[in-house]
Structure formats: C-alpha cells, structure tokens
Design a protein around this ligand. Sequence first.
Ligand code: HEC
Length: 133
Amino acid sequence: MKKLKILLSIVFVTFLFTGCLYNFILPEDAPPVVDPDDPDAPEVSFVEVIEPIFNNSNYCTACHKTGGTAPDLTTGKAYASINSARYINSATPEESKIYTHPHPDTDTHKQKKYTSAQAAQILVWISQGAKNN
Ligand code: HEC
C-alpha cells in the first residue's frame, strides 16, 4: 500500500512538471505558404524567404558554411554558391538539386530536410527565375 502511494506521488509529480509544457510554434518561423503550380504566386524573395530557410537557427548553415560542406549557404554567400547548373535547373525547376536533394520526400540528404512548405518556396523561387531578389 505504501509502495502504491509512493508510486502514485511520483506519477503525480511527473505530471505536475510535464503536463503543462507546450511547444510554441512562432508564426514568424513559418514561411508563407505558396502553391508551386500557381503561375500568379506572389514573387518569392531570395533575401527575405530563401536565405532565412538556410540560416534561421543555423538550419542548413550549421554544416553548409564557409569552409564547411559545399554549397556555402550563409547569408550573402548563398546565392553565388547555388547559382550554377549543379544546383539550379532553370528548364526543369523540379529537377534542381537545391530543391530535390533535401526534399522531404527523398532520402538523398540524410542530414536535414526542408519542410514541405519550405520545399514549395524553393520551387516557386526557381520557377520564377531563381533571381537574386
Ligand atoms: C548536419 C550537417 C548538415 C546539415 C544541417 C545540412 N546538410 Fe546538406 N549536406 C551535408 C553533407 C555532409 C552533404 C554531402 C553528402 C550528401 O550529399 O548528403 C550535404 C549535401 C547537400 C547538398 C548536395 C551538395 C552537392 O554539391 O551535391 C545540398 C544541395 C544540401 N546538402 C543542402 C542542404 C540544405 C538546403 C540544408 C538545410 C535544409 C542542409 N543541406 C542541411 C550536411 C548537412
């Protein structure tokens, strides 16, 4: 009986400390949702939308930084690093390596993947001409 009481108190105390924890998802972390099939999608800015995907909380730049793994995705360097046929296929945007390699539906990049919303942003940005905008 005493054991049961102790056990119940442990369970109670555990709930006391863990029961009310919430994971807050801050709205500014989530990129605005775009539809890659919408030709009238608002223009996706490289500086305001794409670069932050790479560097917010070092999401990609933890490894893809100057002197680290190529491509260098740090702010100010990212555009020059990915602006090549290796990473961007302007004729067939959905075959661009910067889109396909970390895509959530693939296994090519084990380290970290885009969320599907981020992947959509990347695809729209490439479809709109992969501009340094
Ligand atoms: C934990 C470290 C790490 C993180 C974080 C990471 N990567 Fe990588 N990435 C690598 C490594 C290692 C390779 C090379 C091996 C491979 O192809 O998976 C690579 C390869 C790549 C390639 C192919 C490079 C080439 O030239 O073939 C792309 C594109 C890429 N990563 C994009 C990203 C993006 C975008 C993010 C963020 C969503 C990201 N990576 C996050 C480690 C990382």
